[in-house]
Design a protein. Structure first.
Length: 134
């Protein structure tokens, strides 16, 4: 299992940008999304984290930068997983076969942070399947 502390991600609403092209619209990653991926790549390179292979389970612990209300689904995976692919930690974000996400209260020492834990799926599957039965 690996644990990576990353900056708080942009929301899915700010990750994408729509560009009108006549009758059509081109959807692309926004400047904020690209800057986030670049920041993650620099952090990963500094920590010398290697590519993880196989199916994975992910845990996302989000520590928001302030007390504004946020929708968990807009923050917990798309920008983070895409950035981890670009940084070479993941081969592809389809490797993540299960996840759990938690929003924590604002904590001054963890302000604006997401902690990502990635573990091989076969090592955690039995734990979660047993818990689901109970």
């Amino acid at each position: 299992m690996i644990t990576i502390a990353l900056p708080f991600p942009p929301s899915t609403n700010h990750y994408w940008r729509s560009i009108p092209l006549g009758k059509f619209v081109k959807v692309t990653i926004s400047k904020q999304g690209r800057e986030y991926a670049d920041a993650v790549a620099r952090l990963v390179a500094a920590q010398n984290i290697r590519t993880i292979e196989g199916q994975l389970f992910a845990r996302y612990d989000l520590y928001p930068p302030d007390k504004r209300r946020r929708d968990l689904d807009n923050f917990d995976s798309k920008a983070v997983n895409d950035a981890l692919v670009k940084a070479g930690v993941l081969e592809d974000d389809s490797q993540i076969r299960g996840k759990v996400s938690w929003f924590h209260e604002v904590q001054p020492e963890k302000k604006g942070l997401i902690v990502v834990q990635l573990a091989r799926l076969d090592l955690v599957r039995e734990i979660y399947e047993t818990a689901a039965i109970l």
